[in-house]
Each structure stands twice: as C-alpha cells, then as structure tokens.
Design a protein around this ligand. Structure first.
Ligand code: ZN
Ligand code: ZN
Length: 227
C-alpha cells in the first residue's frame, strides 16, 4: 500500500516518479503560474506598473519589502496542498519538491529562512507544520539556515463577531519573535499567502525584534481573498 502511494501522482493516480505526473505538472503550470507585474503583497494588478503598490498596500504599506509567489492558489494546486490530509505526507512532499525545484533563491542577500508558524489547530489537525516542512526543504536547496524565530502567542481575544479592525488588532500580537532576529535579513516562508494578514503580523514582530529586513516567500497566493 505504502509503496503504491509512492509511485502514484497525488492528483490523478497515474504512475509518477516524483509524486506529480508530467501531465498534472503541465496542467498546473497552465492554470496556476503567477506572472505579470505584482504588488509588494504578490497580488497581480491589471495595469500595475512594476514596483507599484495595489490599493490596499497604498493604504497600509506591508512591513515587508518584497514577496515572492510562483503559483496561484487554485485548482489543481489547492487539491495538492489539501492532499496532505488524505494522502501520505511523503508523497505530497515529493510533489511539492517538484514544484519548487526550478525556483532559485529569490533574495541572495537573505541571512536565514524563517517559517511562518501555523495556528496550533491547523498543526494539530495535520500532525505537522506545512510551512516548516517547506522551509526545511528550501533551506537545504538554497543553503540557508532555517531558524524558527517566530512563535504564535495564545489568542486571548475571541475572534467571533469582531470586525476587521478588531481582527487585525488581535493578529498584531499573534506572533512573538526571538531576539536572534536582530540585524538579520529574514526570508519568511509560508505555504499559502491568503489575505497576507499573517505575513504582515509576522513581519511586524520580526521588525520589532530588530530584523534588518523581512521578505516573504510563499508557494501560492490566493487571489480571491482581497479583504
Ligand atoms: Zn497526475
Ligand atoms: Zn498589495
């Protein structure tokens, strides 16, 4: 059974050496490649000049100086990321490996890689932290140390019924950064950047701990979550 899973494509079940068959890899490249001029928050904007900010970032500039996402979070990549829950971890990780293999270190000056820690509930559900696994794989490939500088603080306020401003205020204190961030150029790694609110909160915490510069790398960017 385990051997069967190893040799199958995560998405279609065809035979595949790396967890993702060539057909699905191509399909993913057609549907999910993120290109064109992107905002600092990695959202593409029609007519956005290179280096320009989207409306939301003009309002509230992100506390990170750049972000890098190669893929749009949509079909079939969403299925692949969700497959962690249902399929063998190794198989899905091999598929993700395939997707990130072609990506060079986007920021050669980065001193270290720091995973954006998942909410404990998400971690508990999966039994591991997806962003952490990605960070380790990337750190090995890019020859950068992976340093978990961030911890999630316990949520003390109830999110229920609170407005956006309140949620942002709660999230502001969602992370605590280790003092080893001081003076370092930190590449923050996450699996999916949804609204970007967590990345903002994490980057802010790193900045407050004295990080010299923070940039964000995420495997995929959700485009329909512009809140
Ligand atoms: Zn396939
Ligand atoms: Zn933006």
């Amino acid at each position: 059974m385990f051997f069967d899973l190893i040799s199958q494509c995560v998405l279609c079940g065809r035979l595949a050496e790396s967890g993702l068959c060539r057909h699905c890899h191509l399909e993913l490249e057609c549907h999910c490649a993120l290109s064109g001029p992107l905002c600092r928050c990695a959202l593409p904007g029609p007519g956005l000049e290179p280096g320009a900010l989207c409306g939301r970032c003009l309002d509230r500039p992100p506390p990170f100086t750049a972000s890098y996402c190669a893929w749009v979070y949509g079909f079939p990549l969403d299925r692949l990321l969700n497959a962690y829950k249902h399929q063998g971890r190794l198989t899905v990780e091999r598929a993700l490996e395939t997707l990130t293999r072609a990506q060079p270190l986007p920021w050669p000056e980065a001193d270290l890689i720091c995973p954006l820690p998942a909410h404990w509930r998400r971690r508990w559900w999966r039994g591991f932290d997806q962003a952490e696994r990605l960070a380790v794989a990337l750190g090995r490939r890019w020859r950068r140390p992976v340093v978990p500088l961030l911890t999630r603080t316990r949520a003390t306020h109830h999110q229920q019924g609170s407005g956006r401003a309140e949620r942002v205020r709660n999230l502001r204190h969602a992370f605590r950064a280790d003092s080893h961030a001081r003076g370092r150029r930190v590449l923050l790694v996450d699996d999916v950047m949804t609204t970007g609110a967590s990345a903002r909160a994490a980057a802010r915490a790193l900045g407050e701990a004295g990080a010299k510069e923070v940039r964000v790398w995420a495997l995929a960017r959700a485009l329909d979550a512009r809140r």
